[in-house]
Write a protein that binds this ligand. Structure first.
Ligand code: PLP
Length: 398
């Protein structure tokens, strides 16, 4: 058992997972693209109103398929926030491309669209926006820039399933988008993901790349009489056992989302006054965005105050965690060089952001333990000197 009374995350079952897994086994098809995979494809396609969906073994692998589909080559550049998970970048680096890190906005913590155009060179092929915490990036501006400069857009929508920007689902703006069903996300199957295809001409090759470079999908539909090696590819299909688990969760998506929305709102309601008093930042959700309650975070006035609050919660058996180490300052990222001082908001946010425990079946009692512990934390009296830096930080450089 963990020493934490309140963990940071706890995957929850919705009821039918084991039953559907037993079903998949009884049907005798537990490899990829069985009955449950097809159900997941249909449900996601309809909910997102996407041209097509392919389940994958992870969001990381969906990003790798996107890189192969776009024929990303050595020497190509892609524009990406430094404040993201490694996979957003690795998938394209694996093809030999070079990441060009752009800073984030101090309010939504998304790729700062105002800094994108100046990062474009003759080698730029692609923009990879990440909808941080499921809050939409400025997609109108990013799509306009991409169209003007003839660039592709692949949305890393690992946090943003069921979120929207100006009424349109996140994951449906770029040529493609990627989803994650890792156990830390809203809808889970342990490890899993999906490639959302918004431009239908990518579908045929996507199926081939996902099926080891063969036209097996066409064969299974009776479109060719035997299947063979036709392109590069790998094995990116999840077992139908995982799809069965996932389908149980997807069917209960409204219940999951409702429960998470309630937890998210309760944090906002209970922490707003406290945050205002002490100059602490809470998530910003622009009016034209609907966020899917993926996470809840605090932007503390300084790295020291963050550490004190983390220790304070730790001592009470509550696990709160930081998030991404800026990729440009990571061991691997430093090899791309030249970013000192280029991403100040990313660096500041990385040092000051603290994510609070947040999971679908978090009880009101559990959440109140977290909230009371935060209220007991004396930011002002012990750390008054940090107030000024907090205001400076929250107003940002814009
Ligand atoms: C979780 C996550 C991923 C990776 O998802 P996997 O399914 O674990 O591969 C990629 N990008 C972001 C932004 C994530 O949060």
């Amino acid at each position: 058992m963990t020493k934490y009374r309140i963990p940071f995350n706890r995957p929850s079952l919705t009821g039918d997972e084991l039953h559907y897994i037993a079903d998949a086994i009884a049907q005798g098809h537990i490899s990829g693209d069985g009955a449950f995979t097809k159900k997941c494809h249909a449900l996601l396609k309809e909910t997102l109103n996407a041209a097509d969906i392919l389940l994958t073994t992870s969001c990381t692998h969906a990003l790798e398929i996107a890189a192969l589909l776009l024929d990303i080559q050595p020497g190509d550049e892609f524009i990406v926030p430094s404040f993201t998970f490694v996979s957003t970048v690795n998938a394209f680096v694996l093809r030999g491309a070079r990441p060009v890190f752009v800073d984030i906005r101090p309010d939504t913590l998304n790729l700062d669209e105002k800094l994108v155009e100046q990062a474009i060179t003759h080698a730029t092929r692609l923009i990879v926006p990440v909808h941080y915490a499921g809050v939409g990036c400025e997609m109108d501006v990013l799509m306009e820039i991409a169209n003007t400069h003839n660039l592709n857009v692949v949305e890393d929508n690992a946090h943003g399933l069921f979120g929207s920007y100006k009424g349109k689902p996140l994951g449906t703006f770029g040529a493609m988008a990627t989803q994650s069903f890792h156990e830390t996300k809203n809808i889970v199957c342990g490890e899993g993901g999906a490639l959302v295809i918004n431009e239908p001409h990518y579908l045929e090759r996507a199926e081939i790349i996902r099926e080891k470079g063969t036209n097996r999908s066409r064969f299974l539909r009776g479109q060719v009489d035997k299947y063979t090696w036709v392109d590069i590819g790998s094995s990116y299909l999840p077992s139908d056992i995982l799809a069965a688990f996932l389908y149980a969760q997807l069917e209960k998506r409204e219940m999951i989302q409702k429960s998470r929305a309630q937890i998210w709102r309760h944090y906002i309601e209970e922490l707003s006054d406290w945050a205002t008093t002490y100059g602490i930042g809470l998530p910003t959700v622009p009016d034209d965005c609907e966020q899917p309650s993926h996470m809840f975070y605090l932007l503390m006035p300084s790295p020291e105050v963050r550490r004190h609050l983390k220790d304070h919660l730790d001592a009470r058996g509550i696990l709160a965690v930081s998030h991404y180490v800026p990729l440009h300052s990571s061991e691997m990222g430093r090899a791309y060089g030249g970013y000192e001082g280029q991403c100040p908001v990313t660096e500041r946010v990385s040092e000051c952001l603290l994510r609070l425990p947040f999971f679908t079946d978090m009880s009101a009692e559990e959440q109140n333990v977290v909230i009371s512990a935060i209220h007991e934390f004396e930011v002002g009296s012990t750390h008054g000197a940090d107030r000024q830096s907090s205001e400076h930080f929250l107003l940002g450089s814009r």
